[in-house]
Each structure stands twice: as C-alpha cells, then as structure tokens.
Design a protein. Structure first.
Length: 335
C-alpha cells in the first residue's frame, strides 16, 4: 500500500501529448499549389479551356420587389411589369465570386504564358494601329438576372455601385449576360479599357441617354470577335463539338432592346446608330463602312463574328411588332 501511495503522483502526472506545429499556408504558397494543379489539368492534358469556377447562381434573396412603380416611364402606366432592387447580399456574394474568378483566371493565364504560349489566341485587325490582343479559351460564364421572367416583364433599378458591377462583368471572356435594367449609367463604360470576346449579351433597357462617346466606346468593346475552338479541343470541351458539328445557338450575339410602351421621350434606342455615320434613320446609304472594316471581324476563318440586333418600339403601339430593327453581322463582308 505504501509503495502504491508513492507511485500515485507519477500515475496522476499528465501524459505529455505530441503537439503538431500547424502553420497556415500563405497566399503565395496557395497560388503556387494552384498553378501546379493548372499545369497538370490544363497543360499536361492539353485542355486549354479555363473552367475552374462555379456559375454565379441567382437567388431570390438577391431581389427585392418594389411595389411603387415608375409610372412616368410608360405611355400607359397600367403595364404589368415588376420592379426590383438588388440586395446587399447580392453585392457581397457578387464581389466574392468575381474576385475569386479573376484570381484563378490570372493564375491560369500565367501558367498558359509559361508552358503553353502557342495555345494563346492572338487577334489583330491591321486596319487599326494597335498591338495584337491575346485571348484565352474560357468556358461560357452565365449571368442571367431574369430568373425565368420574360425580359419585357421586369426591370432592375441599379444605382452607380450596381451598374458598375455590370460593367465589371465585361472584363470576363465568353460572357453570357441577360439583363433588364431601368436606366443604365452608360457613361460608366467610357473608361472601360479591357478587350476580350463575348458569347451572348442581351440587355433590355432604356437607351435614350446614350451619347456619341458611349456609342464609340461600344464599337471598341465589341471589336474582338469570338475565337473558334481548335480541332484538338473538340474532344475535351463540349462547346468545341457544338461548333464543329454546327449544333445549338453557339454564335455570339448582341441584343440591345428597348422596353415596350415607354413614354415617347424615353422610347428612342440610340444604339440604332451604332453602325451608321450619323443616324439609322438615314438608311443603308449612311452605313459606316470604315466602322465595319476597322472594328469588324477581320479573320472569319478563325473567329466568329457578332450578330447584332438592335430594337425599338413605337410608344403608341407597345404590343405591336418593333417599329425599328437593325440586324447585322459585325464584319466587312457580313460573315
């Protein structure tokens, strides 16, 4: 018993535990690890289409319906159209998604530049005195604000911070954007300097307050056509197969459509003048051939031209067919 009592302190002493020194990775180490992953996934497998992102999912919590409508906008104020504001939750989630996408995409570009520079697409229109534009294949990036509502049946009111985020989306290659918006702050595009290609741009809006400098900027923004996928990409990326077999609606399209039934002073779609020297109203003789030559698709064998459709409605006939439509292919030869 005496020996047991003498041993008690030793038995009760705490057993030393092996403490592992855990050190959190630095951002630089995380980036190096991601770069190595991209080297294996994209370069080693010869799969050069960036797709390491989840599509941004539109949640109902992002939209706050406004019961007070902007009746002054409409020739007949009884139009059944829903009005929304975007919530703070949207802005927080959007910023997080956008920053994550750009961070990963920038690492992808660095890996491509280092190990697969021959797979980077280069576009240059010799009619413009500018350096070649380097492009990268990217899986289509979808931003659909409609949530299944027809484009003429809702609109979102965006203030400066809101529309600034829409402008930011135009930094993303292969963007598919579907948006109905009340009064876009078109001037925010005027300082936009990124050049890339797009998949589908469908904006239903008011186009009355579009000025000549913004029209000139839009010419510049859509001056880079969408690259075809190369033969070797068809097996690794479904969109390539669609292009190769001519399936689906894969050709890039830009639609600028006015709302139906706008009050007369808001009903003009100024983007109708996009391909004209002075005005759409002057007819085909006023088409700006230099615009089509300098900003249109210079190489239709390797790039796909944008299909434009610009639409305006008669304010007195909101339910009739469009009163003005300009449809064209953005290339010198219309292909």
């Amino acid at each position: 018993m005496k020996k047991l009592l003498l041993l008690m302190p030793a038995l009760l002493a705490p057993i030393p535990l092996a403490v592992s020194c855990f050190r959190e990775e630095t951002q630089e180490e995380k980036d190096e690890k991601l770069a190595k992953k991209y080297e294996k996934e994209y370069v080693d497998k010869q799969k050069y289409v960036f797709d390491d992102f989840e599509q941004f999912k539109m949640k109902d919590e992002y939209f706050e319906e406004q019961l007070k409508k902007d009746e002054y906008l409409w020739a007949k104020p009884d139009r059944n159209i829903k009005k929304y504001w975007l919530t703070g939750l949207f802005y927080g989630d959007f910023d997080k998604w956008y920053n994550d996408f750009q961070h990963k995409f920038n690492i992808f570009k660095k890996v491509m530049n280092k190990y697969a520079s021959k797979e980077i697409i280069e576009y240059k229109n010799p009619n413009i005195n500018a350096d070649p534009i380097h492009l990268y294949y990217v899986k289509e990036v979808k931003f659909d604000f409609s949530r299944g509502i027809p484009s003429q049946s809702y609109y979102i009111q965006l203030f400066n911070g809101g529309f600034e985020r829409i402008v930011r989306l135009f930094n993303i290659p292969n963007l598919n954007l579907n948006l109905s918006v009340k009064s876009p702050i078109w001037d925010l595009f005027n300082s936009f300097n990124i050049k890339t290609y797009y998949s589908k741009i469908n904006i239903t809006a008011m186009y009355e307050y579009v000025y000549s400098d913004t029209i000139e900027k839009m010419r510049d923004i859509f001056s880079v056509p969408k690259p075809y996928y190369k033969n070797e990409h068809f097996m690794t990326y479904p969109a390539g197969e669609e292009q190769y077999q001519g399936k689906g609606d894969w050709k890039p399209k830009v639609t600028f459509e006015s709302f139906r039934g706008l009050e007369k002073s808001y009903s003009n779609n100024k983007f109708l003048n996009l391909r004209y020297k002075k005005s759409f109203d002057y007819g085909p003789s006023d088409i700006d051939r230099e615009y089509l030559e300098n900003y249109g698709n210079y190489n239709p064998l390797k790039f796909v031209s944008y299909r434009f459709e610009i639409i305006e409605y008669d304010p007195d006939k909101p339910d009739a067919e469009p009163s003005k439509v300009d449809k064209f292919v953005l290339s010198k030869h219309g292909i």
